[in-house]
Design a protein around this ligand. Structure first.
Ligand code: NAD
Length: 547
């Protein structure tokens, strides 16, 4: 996190503003401040300063300086740091969840399930498996039997991360853990909609690095909006991992094109959930409800379109409505149990309402919910929308709200056609009792992942890469691919034996062209007769040229 005017101060701007009057902040009028609110109550939590582009560049410079020593650490040392981070998270799990809930409006259970647990699992996996994916990997040296070939995975330097608001802690640590383990420093631009918790998370990181004897500048969290994000893209980071909307993903690409900064884009989704006529309906109905209501639907992997076979359409809907009727919504930190919290960004309520209104105007039916909840908090009620068709906006545009949108399909072909019928391709789900049918449908779904008879669970399998195709972006987080994405995948070719005979290409001789051609023919001709004839040509050529 950047400090206001002191390059050596590792404290985040936000925490400095809140807790330490001795830090020389610029007068309030001179910089943009982010007003932070609790989305569940509308209460004003406080203001945090927005980083200026100059401060973003300073943060990158400090991260780069800290990375120098970090790159020299062993994997054992990096594991020690990650173990300490895991320990810290386990020791402070509830306090971290409270910070998340206050900032994002989500429930404590969702914060524990959807943030703390995936982070702990990612740390466990990286500690257990990370090293073997980053060790030099020998590969065949092909024709060059006198050489040894391998791929090495040195760090890139400083990785920039730009986050959305839906998972305040997970969005930060998801890319940061592999980037750090691969030997990089990280500068994270946090979403302006969850800027209040930044100071708490920076405090955690600073504590962990300090406890382990490393520079707290290794991971810096920056508060700010689009301008700070753009400054990070343009600021000379060695790679940029952007998670957010398609529209801003395009802006990031345009900006990164100027500096040729490589980017990973994790963008939106409109994930289909296909429910076949042989599906276990209770299982599918619960998955549809969880897939749409978890985190108030503000999840890139949300089950946004449920495509249900005609033969089981009515019984499936009955089950979904029965589950939805029991779901409780309200302010997450008010004491009573609630299943669904608030919408983090107030404008998101309007976006969801507009999509639901459009669907109803075109023939869909809301069997529960459907209209925003009046009051100070930002709430859209858990909604079940049926008879959704591809003509409606909600079929194509990301809802990012607690809406189970059900579409009737006549068979698997129609389900596949509709499932693949949007520009997005993040994840997908199939419910069927037939393993063969599941595999067949999975093979034809255009998406970065498919889960059969469950929803989004592949995210908890850290050996699996995570990412999308089409409008859902490109590049991969998680797994071997996610770790290696944080490295300079480098080819190394070295001697097998200490033989130092020169390869004399210059000066050449008139026969060089012919002998090169004959060698190629010999190497790549197929079949015995072809190779024998190539060998004959080569032998004759050599004989002629020697005379
Ligand atoms: P957003 O695009 O509005 O903002 C994302 C981040 O980009 C924010 O930090 C924002 O300040 C920053 N930003 C804005 N303009 C920028 C610019 N010109 N240059 C650089 N950065 C800029 O997205 P959001 O509303 O915060 O998040 C919701 C979106 O994120 C949804 O589309 C959702 O599907 C997607 N998402 C995707 C994944 C995934 O892994 N694929 C995960 C979570 C969320």
């Amino acid at each position: 996190m950047i400090s206001a005017n002191d390059g050596d101060d590792p404290r985040p701007l936000a925490s400095a503003a809140m807790s330490d009057a001795t830090v020389k902040l610029r007068p309030r009028g001179e910089r943009a401040m982010i007003a932070c609110h609790d989305p569940a109550t509308g209460a004003h939590l406080g203001d945090v300063p927005e980083a200026t582009p100059e401060e973003v560049r300073d943060a990158i410079a400090r991260a780069r300086a800290a990375q120098h020593d970090w790159a020299l650490t062993s994997f054992a040392e990096r594991r020690r740091v990650l173990r300490r981070l895991l320990e810290y998270i386990l020791d402070h799990d509830e306090a971290l969840c409270e910070a998340i809930c206050q900032d994002a409006g989500k429930t404590m259970h969702n914060a524990m399930l959807g943030e703390i647990w995936p982070i702990c699992e990612k740390l466990r996996w990286t500690i257990a498996e990370g090293e073997r994916h980053l060790l030099p990997e020998p590969v065949s040296s092909g024709l060059l039997k006198h050489k040894r070939a391998r791929i090495e995975f040195p760090p890139l330097g400083v990785i920039g991360v730009i986050c959305p608001w839906n998972f305040p802690l997970q969005n930060i640590l998801g890319p940061t853990i592999p980037a750090l383990f691969a030997g990089n420093a990280v500068v994270v631009k946090v979403s302006e909609w969850v800027a209040w918790s930044t100071a708490r998370f920076q405090e955690m990181l600073r504590q962990v690095f300090t406890d382990c004897g490393h520079s707290p500048q290794l991971v810096q969290l920056i508060n700010g909006g689009g301008e700070a994000g753009a400054a990070l893209v343009a600021g000379g980071v060695d790679k940029l991992i952007f998670t957010g909307s398609v529209a801003n993903g395009r802006k990031v690409i345009a900006e990164s094109a100027r500096s040729l900064t490589p980017v990973v884009l994790e963008l939106g989704g409109k994930d289909p959930m296909i429910v076949c006529d042989d599906a276990a309906l209770d299982q599918a109905a619960h998955a549809a409800v969880s897939g749409a209501f978890i985190a108030s639907g503000q999840m890139c992997l949300a089950a946004e379109r449920v495509l249900v076979n005609d033969a089981v359409y009515e019984p499936f809907i009955e089950r979904v409505v029965a589950i939805a009727a029991e779901v409780k919504q309200g302010p997450p930190l008010a004491g009573a149990w609630v299943d669904v919290g608030a919408m983090t960004m107030p404008r998101q309520v309007e976006i969801v309402a507009a999509l639901v209104d459009d669907a109803i105007a075109h023939g869909a039916r809301a069997l529960c919910g459907g209209k925003p909840v009046p009051g100070d908090g930002s709430f859209f009620p858990p909604t079940v929308l049926v008879d959704v068709t591809p003509e409606m906006r909600i079929f194509h545009e990301e809802t990012f709200g607690p809406v189970v949108a059900v579409t009737r399909v006549s068979d698997d072909d129609e389900a596949l056609r509709l499932a693949n019928g949007t520009g997005f391709g993040l994840s997908s789900t199939v419910f069927t009792r037939s393993a063969e049918r599941g595999r067949e449908l999975a093979g034809q779904l255009r998406a970065g992942s498919t889960v059969i008879n469950d929803w989004a669970l592949m995210y908890m399998v850290n050996g699996l890469p995570f990412g999308g195709v089409g409008d859902s972006g490109f590049g991969r987080l998680n797994g071997r691919e996610g770790l290696r994405a944080c490295t300079n995948i480098k080819a190394v070719l070295e001697d097998r034996l200490p033989v130092h005979r020169p390869v004399k290409l210059f000066p050449g001789a008139p026969g060089d062209y012919a002998s090169t051609r004959e060698a190629i023919q010999l190497l790549y001709r197929r079949g015995l007769s072809g190779r024998l004839s190539a060998l004959g040509q080569l032998a004759r050529g050599l004989w002629r040229r020697r005379r």
